[in-house]
Design a protein around this ligand. Structure first.
Ligand code: ADP
Length: 234
């Protein structure tokens, strides 16, 4: 389903983190979200996934529209996300970790959803290992497995390659492309690694001080003088 955010404003006390942001993501499209630190990227993911209620603005996906939504209702509609910092529960196995997420969603068969997600990330042989004992790169992949278990219409990835080496980052790129191919969902990816963004995205949206300052194919955006000034040159 196509996703649309319209004129979203998010104020934290005196600070305007999002200042009228609109974003369209088509079914099957991968959009990269870049911009300097503090430009509002994570806040946009937070209001989209129901972590925060925006000050104003609206969202729609398919035939449904809303101005504010809970994290769980967003997830039930298939708006799923990963977080910048990995959040794993102590002592749960890999399979249990994904199952808990799937149970929280409360739709479909949680075991089946979890097993399918692990299979998609080539994680099946690690299903009985303790999640927190996995190497860091594998924990990053597990985060993605957890986000795709069950209904998935729109996937939001907040710095999925943070802390990964080159080979591991390439693996994430391959995984993201495979998810798009298999699930046909829209994907938004925030990443500091411009090579990842350039490799995987159909379109790049640039935020600066809570506003979209550019949007277009990666190669075009990379040459935009406003973008170079606000971001690449900084
Ligand atoms: P980015 O992801 O682009 O680095 P953020 O969305 O994290 O930017 O932050 C945008 C601005 O909003 C920053 O100035 C940040 O300090 C502020 N901000 C984000 N979340 C909160 C919050 N929960 N409370 C107060 N200010 C916040």
């Amino acid at each position: 389903m196509n996703f649309k955010a319209s004129d979203v404003v998010m104020k934290f006390k005196g600070l305007t983190a999002l200042d009228g942001v609109s974003l369209d993501v088509a079914k099957g499209e991968i959009v990269g979200l870049i911009g300097p630190n503090g430009s509002g990227k994570t806040t946009l993911l937070n209001v989209t996934s129901g972590v925060y209620s925006p000050t104003s603005g609206s969202f729609s996906m398919g035939a449904e529209s809303w101005s504010s939504i809970s994290l769980r209702d967003a997830a039930r509609r298939g708006i799923r996300r990963t977080f910048q910092n990995i959040r794993l529960f102590n002592s749960l196995t890999v399979l249990e970790t994904v199952e808990v997420a799937s149970a929280w969603l409360g739709t479909g068969d949680r075991r089946e959803n979890a097993l399918n997600a692990l299979d998609e990330l080539h994680f099946t042989q690690h299903r009985d290992r303790i999640a927190t004992e996995l190497a860091y790169g594998m924990q990053r992949r597990l985060e993605i497995a957890r986000a795709i278990a069950g209904r998935l219409e729109f996937l939001l990835l907040d710095e999925p390659t943070a802390g990964l080496n080159h080979g591991e980052s390439e693996e994430i790129v391959t995984i993201v492309q495979a998810i798009r191919r298999r699930r046909g969902c829209g994907i938004v990816i925030i990443d500091h690694d411009l090579n990842v963004i350039m490799n995987v995205c159909d379109r790049v949206v640039v935020l600066s001080e809570g506003k979209v300052i550019a949007s277009g194919p990666p190669q075009e955006v990379r040459r935009d003088p406003q973008v170079i000034k606000a971001y690449l040159g900084s």
